[in-house]
Design a protein around this ligand. Structure first.
Ligand code: GLY
Length: 362
């Protein structure tokens, strides 16, 4: 089916297909302004406006969608102030930055991914080389670094002073049953930047969070109807060394089907993995759902499958954050999150802005 015919088919047959598909929900579909958008666009997680804007510029210059989004997320990977991605990302429990990324190319339906890669600033670009130059889908750990070096990537220290200080603060406060003094036990400011007290740490933005799952996702649709998706992250902060999140897992942290749409996730990676979340969003769109509804329906499945008490709040809802982002073959786009506060970025004709994700739980 040609691109145009396929697009028309999706637009006209959306609800019919939805009703006809086995087990599909018949509840009214959530429709946000982005669901009415048509034509090329780039979407990203809320921290990815610069990535979406850059990728949009590149697809306007006829760059391939996968190349455009990988160039877009490079801006975030290079930014030391985004402590959830690339250079400056928060490290694992040993203080080592391990990065995960994946990219999927709609026209060839190929994917490439790297996990637990160290000392390489731009894992999404390495994932693109896996996709382009190998017959593999995933390369991990020391093998991923070796592969990157062979591809000409530079070895670099990714642990910034700010990330190192934040990690140290987490480490010394994580238990009193070790030889590290907690903040409330310090009687001496131990460095000339005054990182010794909780107030000073907060003022410097060095507050050590319990755990964070920051990430950047970006998906693009060009004027020819081709799609690509990419997700890149430093993963869960303070993770057990070797932990792999959803970002490099094809179908969990991102997925793309050139006939249907592209999607990605940020937030608690384990939840996205357990529900093949990005794949589900794309599959829901293939069955005719609006992107917003496809994201919400996926989060409802995540909710249904969250059984462990430690992951539920006092209302019995998943207590963690998980956000889904989607763009459909016809250019409709949207985002949803478990709890209020999530956002997504969009760049398209006359558009470069951050919008609210629809929360599953108000
Ligand atoms: N979603 C990022 C991670 O869990 O690693």
């Amino acid at each position: 089916m040609s691109t145009l015919k396929r697009r028309d088919f999706l637009a006209a047959g959306a609800l019919t297909t939805l009703a006809a598909s086995a087990g599909a929900s018949v509840r009214p579909q959530r429709r946000e302004p982005g669901d009415d958008h048509r034509g090329p666009a780039v979407i990203a997680s809320g921290n990815g406006l610069a990535a979406a804007t850059r990728a949009w510029e590149l697809i306007q210059q006829n760059r391939d969608t996968a190349e455009a989004i990988v160039e877009g997320v490079r801006i975030i990977e290079d930014d030391p102030n985004d402590m959830s991605v690339g250079y400056g990302g928060l490290p694992n429990e040993d203080g080592i930055v391990q990065l995960d990324a994946s990219v999927m190319h709609g026209p060839t339906h190929k994917a490439g991914s790297v996990a637990c890669i160290e000392d390489i600033k731009n894992p999404a670009a390495v994932a693109l080389e896996v996709l382009r130059r190998t017959d593999h889908a995933m390369i991990v750990g020391p093998g991923a670094k070796r592969f990157a070096l062979r591809m000409g990537f530079k070895e670099e220290n990714l642990l910034t002073d700010r990330a190192r200080e934040t990690w140290l603060r987490w480490k010394r406060n994580s238990t009193k049953r070790d030889d590290w003094l907690n903040d409330d036990e310090l009687d001496w400011q131990f460095d000339d930047q005054g990182h010794g007290t909780a107030e000073q740490a907060r003022a410097l933005g060095l507050d050590a969070p319990d755990f964070t799952w920051g990430t950047v996702h970006c998906s693009a649709l060009n004027a020819g109807g081709d799609l690509s998706a990419c997700t890149t992250t430093s993963g869960l902060s303070w993770k057990i060394p070797g932990r792999v999140g959803d970002s490099p897992i094809i179908g969990a942290g991102m997925y793309c089907d050139n006939d249907a749409g592209a999607a990605g996730a940020t937030g608690r990676g384990e939840a996205a993995i357990h529900s093949c979340a990005a794949y589900q969003v794309v599959d829901h769109m293939a069955r005719g759902m609006t992107p917003t509804e496809a994201c919400l329906e996926t989060l409802r499945a995540v909710e249904r499958r969250t059984k462990q008490k430690r992951l539920l709040n006092d209302k019995g809802q998943p207590s963690f954050g998980l956000s889904m982002y989607a763009i459909r073959k016809d250019g409709a786009f949207g985002g949803a999150c478990t709890h209020p506060g999530g956002s997504f970025a969009v760049a398209a004709e006359g558009l470069a802005e951050v919008r609210r994700c629809v929360p599953l739980f108000e």
